[in-house]
Write a protein that binds this ligand. Structure first.
Ligand SMILES: Nc1ncnc2c1ncn2[C@@H]1O[C@H](COP(=O)(O)OP(=O)(O)OP(=O)(O)O)[C@@H](O)[C@H]1O
Ligand SMILES: [Mg+2]
Length: 531
């Protein structure tokens, strides 16, 4: 309609202009597509004045009025009132079923379902839409939670059905209850899954709120109550801060997340709901840091089993039985215990522990073992089922170096990067811990940090060459000759000394008795040079 009116006006203006430019020798008006329209000017004027002008006028009035009306609807409570009327009308058309969830049962014990539903409802975004909501400070300092007030209604949606919750409070007794109202026709379809859904959301919320704790096993003393001692777990590592192959990291993350959701699956298979990870790689490659990242990702408590404090197999069994659900059970440096014959828990005790047969009463546990070298481990320990996922933590390559440079020094690129890449290609390898330490100590000067990394990598290459050389000598039986000349030994010691100098940084002065620390002078020289 608007388009037609606009078109008509444009044509009319065009006509007037044409008339002004070419005074009519005849009274035919040429329209843009002149073969279509041939009309008299006066006729057009009449139609325009008495037909289209009034229509346009009322049309404009209608637009303005509806705009104003919409504004009033949105800015005032009229829309809410209209919604309420509409709901009232709808309510009249359906038959509803009501369910009451009282805060206390008949023996005045707290009804756990009430607590769960309350937590669930308060987590819904639509709580904000209720007429009255309480603002309560949360557990964390800057957290504010919305809590539904008495006699408020919340409308939830589940599997296409609408579920109404009314927060009722008895005026005389002061007892609270939540009343669920659903259409009778939806009742059979949604009630059971909806209640289960509330349970799972509640569990998730509780898990997120929970303070993660680190448990360590203490010596087995009879007077002590329980074997675990705990402290709040405050490790800052997250999945994002651990430097490792992005694809691998994402795969581990999705593996962990799918494990969390697999309760039914494990039960169906008749398996203990646990998953075992083996983290293996040289020292300082981030295995322990990764465990902290997992704990922070899942909000699971960490049980760090110190096998040296375990007296025998039954003690190990007791320790496992005293762990809780939703926890990480960690044995660091497992290879160290398996390597020594004299460990208190026997190999079969450790294998049973790994199989999780003691944890028959617990669920949702993640077992993590760390070792430095997989080759020296008995293959039965690593068989599938005992260890589900093997994750390798390698020494730094150029890619992980770049990630470290970005996170530690804020460097995306640098003129020294090609040189670093070249050294990595020669086979030089340092652990992320070593490179990270150099970067942290030299963070005030990224160039100095990179130069130090390059020197450290060069020294590492030379040491490797020296070690290879020494090995060759020993294999050829001439090791004694080498020892006499001190060839390999001196070389390694020298390198080691230089390497230590590069770190830097903090060196114990042997001449001081109080073991105080001071900055290495070479570092000061460096910094002067760099600035
Ligand atoms: N991949 C990495 N990503 C981020 N930081 C790392 C990484 N590897 C090592 N680090 C840093 O190096 C230090 C030592 O790392 P971590 O203790 O996790 O190594 P590890 O593999 O457990 O060594 P070990 O085998 O000796 O126990 C930590 O401070 C950590 O921040
Ligand atoms: Mg470690």
């Amino acid at each position: 309609m608007l388009f037609l009116i606009t078109l008509y006006i444009l044509l009319y203006i065009y006509n007037i202009l044409s008339l002004l430019q070419h005074p009519p020798s005849h009274n035919i008006i040429i329209f843009p597509s002149n073969s279509l329209f041939h009309h008299h000017t006066s006729f057009h004027c009449l139609i325009f004045t008495f037909f289209f002008l009034p229509i346009m006028f009322w049309y404009l009035i209608a637009i303005i009025a509806s705009g104003l009306f919409l504004k009033i609807l949105l800015k005032t409570s009229v829309l809410q009132i209209v919604k309420k009327w509409w709901r009232f009308l709808e309510d009249g058309c359906y038959v509803y079923q009501f369910y009451r969830v009282p805060q206390f049962n008949h023996n005045m014990q707290e009804n756990q379902l009430y607590r769960k539903v309350c937590t669930y409802l308060n987590s819904l975004p639509c709580v904000e839409d209720s007429d009255f909501t309480n603002l309560i400070s949360g557990d964390k300092s800057n957290e504010i939670s919305l809590v539904l007030d008495s006699n408020q209604i919340v409308v939830d949606k589940f599997l296409g059905a609408r579920v109404f919750w009314i927060n009722e409070k008895d005026e005389f007794t002061g007892l609270k209850s939540l009343v669920m109202k659903i259409r009778k026709k939806d009742k059979r379809r949604i009630l059971q899954p909806y209640l289960q859904y509330i349970h799972s959301v509640f569990d998730e919320i509780e898990q997120r709120k929970k303070e993660v704790r680190l448990f360590v096993n203490v010596d087995n003393e009879p007077q002590r109550n329980g074997r675990w001692r705990s402290v709040p777990f405050a490790h800052p590592a997250t999945f994002d801060t651990v430097v490792m192959d992005t694809d691998l990291k994402n795969r581990v993350k999705s593996d962990l997340e799918s494990f969390q959701k697999s309760k039914q699956y494990y039960h169906r298979l008749g398996r203990v709901w646990k998953r075992s990870y083996l983290l293996y790689g040289p020292s300082g490659t981030g295995k322990s840091t990764f465990i902290a990242g997992i704990a922070n990702l899942l909000n699971y408590d960490v049980y760090d089993v110190d096998l040296s404090k375990v007296t025998d197999d039954s003690d190990l069994k007791m320790l496992l039985l005293q762990t809780t659900n939703k926890s990480l059970i960690v044995i660091e440096d497992l290879d160290r215990y398996l390597g020594t014959k004299s460990t208190a828990p026997s190999l079969s005790g450790i294998l049973n522990f790994m199989d999780g047969i003691f944890s028959c009463c617990g669920e949702e546990r993640i077992m993590i073992y760390t070792i430095n070298n997989k080759d020296q481990i008995d293959p039965t320990v690593l068989r599938p089922g005992r260890i589900d996922v093997h994750i390798h933590f390698p020494l730094c390559n150029f890619n992980s170096f770049k990630t470290l440079a970005n996170s530690h020094l804020g460097l995306k690129d640098h003129k020294l990067f090609p040189q670093v890449e070249e050294i990595f290609q020669t086979g030089a390898a340092l652990s992320p811990a070593e490179i990270g330490e150099i970067m942290i100590s030299n963070r005030s000067s990224p160039t100095r940090a990179l130069k130090t990394v390059i020197s450290a990598l060069q020294i590492n290459t030379e040491s490797r060459a020296a070690t290879r050389h020494a090995r060759r000598l020993s294999e050829s039986g001439s090791v004694r000759a080498a020892e006499e000349t001190g060839e390999s030994g001196i070389f390694c010691k020298e390198n080691l000394r230089e390497f230590k100098k590069l770190y830097g940084l903090l060196r114990v002065r042997s001449c001081r008795k109080d073991s105080s620390y001071e900055f290495d002078t070479s570092d000061k020289d460096n910094s002067r040079h760099d600035n």
